[in-house]
Each structure stands twice: as structure tokens, then as C-alpha cells.
Design a protein around this ligand. Structure first.
Ligand code: TXA
Ligand code: MG
Length: 349
């Protein structure tokens, strides 16, 4: 299949007519699959009410069918078509964080708009989010549909933060890609389970635990995120994710210790990559040294993490050592993704 590419910049008002977005929305209505930018990562969208359309997402990504998708909406009132009851805490969260990088898990409406069962992987709950990106909002609105959208990468690979990443993984497999430039946050949305008395973070992301607690008081974190051997409540969290081709190890130690590891591997003839920050980049001697932002501003690390992991693949290194990051604020999401990318391989000094 030929994959169309639309380049869209400077989108302002979502009610303005952009021919590229109209084209893409028409294809969504025809049950085709379209990649589009959001404020977190690029999404792979399809009509959430059609089994045929949703199946195409799973096929293009090679995604296991028991891993449910997030339904994306462009107006807060659409939530009423999808979920059964809206707890008062959810009203407050929506008011504060939507549009934005927060996905809410709620009980699915029984007699509402009929979502494809494949979106929710037959669960009684549904994940909903309103992305904070003018192209995403305009596309969803013009399609007139709720849009199911996972990240637009091949299953298991780092999520795409540039249209080029989507092209690399999915060219020829989907109907089109809207290139709206680099995404903002760079990591996926926070997934928050709101079906119980106390909200539970199933996946840390763009909205931090601290920010959520300001709105809803106590917020718990799914035990599986803290312990490796617990079964996760979010089906997607059990799969290998974000992994570069070369084995990646996270090193909790200083740069001298990391350099010793690098040197001993290089003596064995291996091509070694180091993932570091602008503060430490001059401290290493390796085959490829890539900085993924600044330690003093972890949002830059969130923004560049996936692109950096993909660059190690492009360079074809044999193994990668990464520095570890502090785990507060957005650092919690960074370390969650990095640990998964490393298959939990951590070396402690
Ligand atoms: O930032 C994002 O959320 C991006 C952009 C494109 O919006 N989307 C994204 O989708 O990251 P995906 O499919 O890559 O991740 C969705 C996560 C998975 O871990 C999935 O298991 C979980 O949300 N999820 C979806 N529905 C769920 C449900 N009903 N209960 C628990 N977890 C659910
Ligand atoms: Mg994903």
C-alpha cells in the first residue's frame, strides 16, 4: 500500500479547514489507518467503532490483540457517549488536565456509542484521552468519530516522536502519515485507573503523580510498576517495549565506573554506545556517545529519549550503557520506559 505523507505546520484554530487534515479525516471515515502527531508521541488512529478499522491497527503494528487501545476524543462532552458514570474526581481531573497527557480508565458504557470490542480487548473498562495537539484535535473533530490510537511504532520498538520514526516502522503498511513536526512531551500519557475508590497510576507519563495528587489527594501506583514480578493491571505493561536492537544496560554508578565497563567491552572487540546527558558527555571514551538531554532539566530527557534509542539502532552498536535518572516528577516515567527498554538489566556500582 502506498502511504500518503501530509506535511502540516502552523495549525492554529481547529475549526479552520486544512486540506491535508480533511483528506486524512476522510480516510479515517473510510476505516483506513492514519498516523498523526499528539503532544506525547505520534499515534496510529482508526475509527474506534469499527472492527475492520481497529483490526488494521493491530496488524500494522504487530500488536498482541489482548492489549487494549486508548480512545481519543476532541471534546470533553464525548466522554458521556463512551463511559457509564463519571465520578466527581474524574470531573476535576478532566477540568484540570484535558486536553493533555492523561488517559483515564473508566467503566465502559453498556448502551452508548458502540465501540469495537477489539478496542477494549473485551474488558469492561475503557481508556479515554483528549490530546493537547491542534492537529490531533482537528483530525478527530473532522472525522466525527472517536479515534482508537496506540503509539505509531512497530510493537516493542521505541514510540515515535518524529514522523520519520513512523515512516521507518510503518511505511507501506498504513494509509497515511501527518507530519506535524516533533512531539512535545516525548513520552506517552499517564494512564490512571479511576474505577476504584482511589485512583491508581498504571503507567507513569506526561502528568506526574505529584500533579495528580494536587487534584485528587491520595493517588496509588500499580504494584507491578514497583515490583518486577507482579502482574500489571494495564495489559500493555507486560510486553517488551521501547527496546533498541542492541542490549541496553542501565548503570547506577558514576562516570568512572561506567567508563570501566565500556573499556572492558571494547577490549573484547565490541562496539559500545553510551547514553548520557549534556553535563557528562565529555567524561566518556566510547564508539558512540549520545546525549539525551540535560540532567538539570529532565523534561528534555523525556523529549529526546526515544529518538536517542533509535539513533543507537541506526549506528548499529553491539551494546549500550545508559546512565540512570532521578525518579521524581517526570523522572518516574523516564526510568519506567528506560527499565523496560533495558529488559530490567541494571548494573549497580
Ligand atoms: O500518549 C499516549 O497515550 C499515546 C498517544 C498516541 O495518545 N498512546 C499510547 O497508546 O501510548 P498505547 O496503546 O501505546 O498504550 C496504551 C496503554 C497500554 O499500556 C494499554 O494496555 C493501556 O494503555 N490500556 C488501554 N486500555 C486499558 C484498559 N481498559 N485498562 C487498563 N489499561 C488499558
Ligand atoms: Mg505504545
Amino acid at each position: 500500500m502506498e502511504t500518503k505523507l501530509w506535511i502540516v505546520d502552523n495549525v492554529g484554530d481547529i475549526d479552520t479547514i486544512y486540506p491535508q487534515i480533511e483528506d486524512a479525516a476522510k480516510l479515517l471515515r473510510e476505516n483506513q489507518v492514519i498516523a498523526f502527531p499528539t503532544e506525547t508521541v505520534y499515534g496510529l488512529g482508526a475509527n474506534a467503532t469499527s472492527n475492520i478499522a481497529v483490526n488494521k491497527i493491530f496488524e500494522a503494528k504487530g500488536r498482541p490483540s489482548d492489549n487494549p487501545l486508548i480512545v481519543h476524543i476532541s471534546e470533553k462532552k464525548q466522554l458521556h457517549d463512551i463511559v457509564e458514570v463519571i465520578p466527581s474526581v474524574v470531573d476535576k481531573l478532566v477540568e484540570k488536565f484535558w486536553p493533555g497527557p492523561l488517559t483515564l480508565i473508566l467503566d465502559k458504557k453498556n448502551h452508548g456509542q458502540t465501540l469495537s470490542n477489539k478496542v477494549t480487548a473485551e474488558l469492561s473498562t475503557v481508556a479515554v484521552r483528549m490530546p493537547d495537539h491542534p492537529i490531533a484535535l482537528a483530525l478527530i473533530k473532522k472525522s466525527g468519530l472517536p479515534i482508537a490510537a496506540p503509539s505509531a511504532n512497530t510493537s516493542g520498538k521505541p514510540s515515535p516522536t518524529l514522523a520519520r520514526h513512523v515512516q521507518h516502522d510503518l511505511n507501506g503498511k498504513i494509509a497515511g502519515i501527518i507530519d506535524g513536526g516533533p512531539t512535545g512531551v516525548g513520552l506517552e500519557s499517564t494512564v490512571l485507573d479511576c474505577t476504584g475508590d482511589i485512583p491508581v497510576i498504571l503507567r507513569p507519563g506526561g502528568v506526574t503523580k505529584e500533579q495528580l495528587e494536587e487534584v485528587c489527594g491520595q493517588v496509588d501506583v500499580d504494584k507491578a510498576l514497583l515490583k518486577e514480578d507482579e502482574a500489571p493491571k494495564s495489559p500493555g505493561m507486560k510486553y517488551t517495549h521501547y527496546a533498541p536492537n542492541a542490549p541496553l544496560s542501565i548503570v547506577k554508578g558514576n562516570s568512572e565506573f561506567i567508563q570501566e565497563l565500556v573499556s572492558s567491552q571494547r577490549q573484547l572487540g565490541r562496539k559500545v554506545g553510551v547514553m548520557t546527558t549534556s553535563e557528562n558527555q565529555d567524561k566518556y571514551d566510547a564508539d558512540l556517545i549520545l546525549t539525551c538531554g540535560s540532567l538539570s532539566d529532565l523534561e528534555t530527557v523525556a523529549n529526546q529519549l526515544y529518538d536517542t534509542l533509535r539513533k543507537f539502532d541506526e549506528a548499529g552498536v553491539d551494546l549500550i550503557y545508559s546512565e540512570a535518572f532521578p525518579e521524581d516528577g517526570i523522572g518516574q516515567a523516564i526510568m519506567n520506559r528506560l527499565l523496560k527498554a533495558a529488559g530490567h538489566q541494571v548494573i549497580i556500582e
